[in-house]
Design a binder for this molecule. Structure first.
Ligand code: AMP
Length: 255
C-alpha cells in the first residue's frame, strides 16, 4: 500500500469529539460513517458517499463490546488501526473518532436502546442482544459525533432497518443513508470477518451470494411465490455439505 501523509485528525476522547463537532456544525454539514475497523472497499464506498454529500466526513473505528455475545469473536475481531488510518486518509476523511472502551462505557453504564420487534428475529434470533448493542452504540456515537447524516451499508440490512426505525421513533435529527453492498469479483460480500475463512469455508460462503442471485433472477422473471423462491435458495445453499441454514426469509423492506 502506498504511504500517504496523514492529514486527518484522530480523536480519542468523547469530550474532545463533542467539542469539535459542536464547532464544526456551526458552518459545515457533517457526514458520519461508523465502523468497527479492519476496513475494506465496502467501508471505503461509504466514505466516498459521505464525502459526496457532506462538507466534513467523520469515520469512527470502535469494536463495540456490547454487540458481541459471550460466544462471539470480540477478542479475535481483526484490528489494524495504522492500516485503517492510511486507507481513510487516502479517501480524504477529515476525522477519525477512535475512542477508548472505558470512555464509551464507564463502569456504571446502564442505559440500552431496544428497537422492539425488529431485533429478535432473522439474525437477532441466534444473536441475542446483538441489535440492542448496535442500537445503543449508534445512539451514543450520534450524540458524540453529532452528524447531519450517517451512511450505513445495505450488507447489514437488518441493522440498517433497525437504525432507520430507531431514528424515526426517537426523533433523532439525522438522515440515514443506505449504501449498496460491495462484493468481491466472484460475488462474496466484502466483510472484515472474511479473513477468518479457510479456502473451503470461503467456497461455501460463496453459495450465499449465488443463492440470492438465483432468487433475484427468478423474481425478475416473474416468480412471486415466496415458498418457491425460498426452496430454490435452499437448494443452492445445500449444494455443499456442512451448511446449516439458520433462516431464509423474503420480506418487504418497509416495516
Ligand atoms: P462494520 O465495520 O462491519 O461494523 O461495518 C461498518 C459499516 O460498513 C456498516 O454500515 C456496514 O453495513 C458497512 N459495510 C460492511 N461491509 C460492507 C460491504 N461489503 N458493502 C457495503 N457496506 C459495507
Amino acid at each position: 500500500m502506498p504511504t500517504h501523509t496523514i492529514n486527518m485528525k484522530i480523536v480519542n476522547t468523547v469530550s474532545e469529539m463533542q467539542k469539535l463537532s459542536d464547532e464544526l456544525r456551526k458552518t459545515k454539514r457533517i457526514g458520519f460513517v461508523p465502523t468497527m475497523g479492519y476496513l475494506h472497499e465496502g467501508h471505503m464506498s461509504l466514505i466516498r458517499k459521505a464525502k459526496e454529500l457532506g462538507d466534513i466526513v467523520i469515520a469512527s473505528i470502535f469494536v463495540n463490546p456490547i454487540q458481541f455475545g459471550p460466544q462471539e469473536d470480540l477478542a479475535k475481531y481483526p484490528r489494524d488501526f495504522k492500516r485503517d488510518a492510511a486507507l481513510l486518509n487516502k479517501e480524504r476523511t477529515d476525522i477519525i473518532f477512535h475512542p477508548f472502551t472505558e470512555d464509551m462505557y464507564t463502569q456504571d453504564f446502564s442505559t440500552y436502546v431496544e428497537v422492539k420487534r425488529l431485533e429478535d428475529f432473522l439474525c437477532g434470533k441466534t444473536r441475542t442482544g446483538h441489535f440492542v448493542g448496535v442500537a445503543t452504540v449508534v445512539t451514543k456515537l450520534f450524540n458524540i459525533v453529532k452528524p447531519h447524516f450517517a451512511v450505513f451499508g445495505q450488507k447489514d440490512f437488518q441493522q440498517l432497518v433497525i437504525i432507520e426505525k430507531m431514528v424515526r421513533d426517537l426523533n433523532m435529527d439525522i438522515e440515514i443513508i443506505g449504501h449498496p453492498t460491495v462484493r468481491e469479483r466472484d460475488g462474496l460480500a466484502m466483510s472484515s470477518r472474511n479473513t477468518y475463512l479457510s479456502k473451503t469455508e470461503r467456497d461455501k460462503a460463496l453459495l450465499i451470494s449465488k443463492s440470492l442471485k438465483k432468487a433475484e433472477e427468478m423474481f425478475l422473471k416473474g416468480e412471486r411465490k415466496t415458498a418457491v423462491l425460498k426452496k430454490e435458495v435452499e437448494g443452492v445453499l445445500c449444494q455443499k455439505e456442512g451448511i446449516n441454514v439458520e433462516y431464509i426469509e423474503i420480506l418487504f423492506s418497509q416495516f
